[in-house]
Design a protein around this ligand. Structure first.
Ligand code: TMP
Ligand code: ASP
Length: 238
């Protein structure tokens, strides 16, 4: 499998065409941004952590019956994935109040939610990824009712699987963001990444933040935090 033309360069990844029309190669960068790209930096080894962690978790989810775009890891930073058309939604699942949920509803960070919550943002940088509801999504034709049903069913199932997996590593899965895509056959599959960029991870014993909030909030130690999550997940040090 060879990288051909770069199709797209995002904030944290590059995407390349390959010699197979149905497959892409994703390359993870160390670049970090926050607040719609207004804050910029790099986190050493982030690309390696996010690539390898995403692949481990996608394989775990596949085993549990969640279809994903994952095909094959080809290097520390590069993975072959199925070419899908991304549904332009950020699917956010929460177990504990934090971040924009705490701000929006005036709930103290760390408050456990009575049941997991799910919300959507419309992936649109110019609009600042606004929150969007099911009716808006159907009205705009971003997904069908059936597709949205599948997305929400998968999102809650993914939450159950990941929450219990991370708890065994003494990590609380506070919240996370998923993206889904549609294959040429019309199947909905999990796409994008699952990493400390896209999840909030808190150490169960100390409450220490082990995710991108260290960068967003200028807490320092972000590279160490990413490597710590990786160490617990794989048993390997980077
Ligand atoms: P929020 O509390 O800022 O809405 O974030 C909820 C979750 O979504 C959190 O785990 C971080 C993740 N997230 C992304 O992956 N990308 C984003 O652009 C934002 C704003 C949040
Ligand atoms: N990745 C997003 C951005 O750069 C925001 C975030 O993760 O907080 O805008």
């Amino acid at each position: 499998m060879r990288k051909l033309k770069m199709l797209y360069e995002g904030k944290a990844k590059k995407v390349f065409e390959t010699d197979s029309p149905d497959l892409l190669i994703v390359e993870y960068k160390d670049d970090a941004t926050a607040f719609d790209g207004k804050k910029k930096g790099t986190i050493a080894n982030k690309g390696v952590v996010n690539n390898r962690m995403t692949n481990i978790l996608m394989q775990l989810l596949e085993k549990e019956g969640i279809p994903t775009h994952y095909v094959k890891e080809i290097s520390d930073r590069e993975t072959v994935v199925k070419k899908v058309s991304i549904i332009p939604l950020e699917v956010i699942v929460r177990n504990i109040a934090a971040g924009s949920f705490s701000k929006r509803f005036g709930v103290e960070e760390g408050t456990p939610l009575k049941q997991p919550s799910l919300e959507y943002s419309y992936k649109n940088d110019t609009l600042g990824d606004p929150m969007i509801n099911d009716y808006h999504i159907l009205a705009l034709g971003l997904a069908t009712k059936d597709e949205l049903g599948t997305v929400s069913e998968y999102a809650f199932k993914i939450n159950d699987i990941l929450k219990s997996h991370f708890l065994k590593l003494n990590i609380q899965l506070v919240d996370f963001k998923l993206e889904f895509g549609k294959t040429t056959d019309g199947d909905i599959v999990l796409a994008d990444e699952i990493s400390p960029d896209t999840c909030r991870f808190w150490d169960v014993s100390t409450g220490e933040k082990l995710d991108k909030d260290r960068f967003r909030r200028d807490l320092g130690g972000e590279s160490e935090a990413y490597r710590e999550v990786f160490r617990r997940l794989t048993g390997q040090s980077l």
